[in-house]
Design a protein around this ligand. Sequence first.
Ligand SMILES: *Cc1c(COP(=O)(O)O)cnc(C)c1O
Length: 416
Amino acid sequence: MSKRSTITNFTNYPDACGYFGDFGGIYVGETLMTPLLELKSAAGAAFQDEHFWLEYHELLRQYVGRESPCYFAQRLSEHLSNKRKNFVRNSSNDISAKIWLKREDLNHTGAHKVNNTIGQALLARRMGKKKLIAETGAGQHGVATATVAALFGFECRVFMGREDIRRQQPNVQRMELLGAEVVSVNSGTGTLKDAMNETLRYWSEVVNDTFYVVGTVAGPDPYPWMVREFQKVIGEEARRQMLDLAGGLPDCIVAAVGGGSNAIGIFYPFLNDDAVELVGVEAAGKGLATGEHAASINAGSIGVLHGAKSMLLQDQDGQIHEAYSISAGLDYPGIGPEHAFLHDVGRVRYETITDNEALEAFQMLCKFEGIIPALESSHALAQAFKETEKYRTILVCLSGRGDKDLQHVKEILEKK
Ligand SMILES: *Cc1c(COP(=O)(O)O)cnc(C)c1O
């Protein structure tokens, strides 16, 4: 019997100890155990309180601009279907593809990340904290945290690797404009994994008045669960919208996976819909064989990173490998434990898309729909194009807008 068929309800995780099957848990020093347990109990109480959710949804409506549309990409769909018709000329089971886009790119700050930072800021205020800290790689989560710090009036420090500060100047400037202090992390290679270690270490010194805002469904329990609860609004809306507008559930849902928050956000409300195929897309970068990628599930192994057990990129001695992708938001060297679990039990399929495939999808969406997607989201789009060979109605999580990527894309296209 397959592992999948032994599970009757995929939404029942994590267990009381923060495990999704074999993955998750708490792997931190003793000083952080108490604050994490306090956080878990505060989150548990908040999630039982309807006023907490009322305020959360009111902010999502008034400040973020939700709900985000579910949009039928007609010209893109026609183009893909025509290409297919030529390919299988005269075939009687001709499939006409329909691509739908869940428009997280239209949120304030340009991506899904703000759904999570608003939730955690509300929780921080409820717990009486005065300061927010966060780690950031490309700077997107740092900006989303600095944004809600300004909205609520928290002091804010964002830890960022020295190398990332150099590479991501526009986001450093945004955070500073928003009133946050950006702290340079010089240890290791000066990138995201070093910033994550430093933030956990710093937090252990200041837990009394400081809330640690984690940016994806990773980190020690209760973060993977908490962040999912804040991001599942994406899938809850999409489920209603598809029933309403498309007249049924999609055949397939595709989302890009860095740490996995936009993906779990759109997947979660569909986990028990057996007929809906769920596809997570990892960045294959320059190709899995080159070693320059961010495919923790397709090319990683089991280990401990960022305080939890999951799949990650490491060498034989457990040293973390630097992840690489054309899109900075996907180069996290691990993946949230719930994804490691959903892969293990076979509920979600994880595929990979290269830099070049993502670039091509990026250009297609610009050309056929007048929408400039984030390079992260372009990975999901590229995979959706492949899924049109098997599925008719495909929903893509368009996790963010591509304005931040224009300079980068221009430089790459000019080189080609
Ligand atoms: C950060 C980011 C991602 C990747 O993060 P997840 O936690 O995997 O969702 C994807 N898309 C965009 C636009 C992002 O900013």
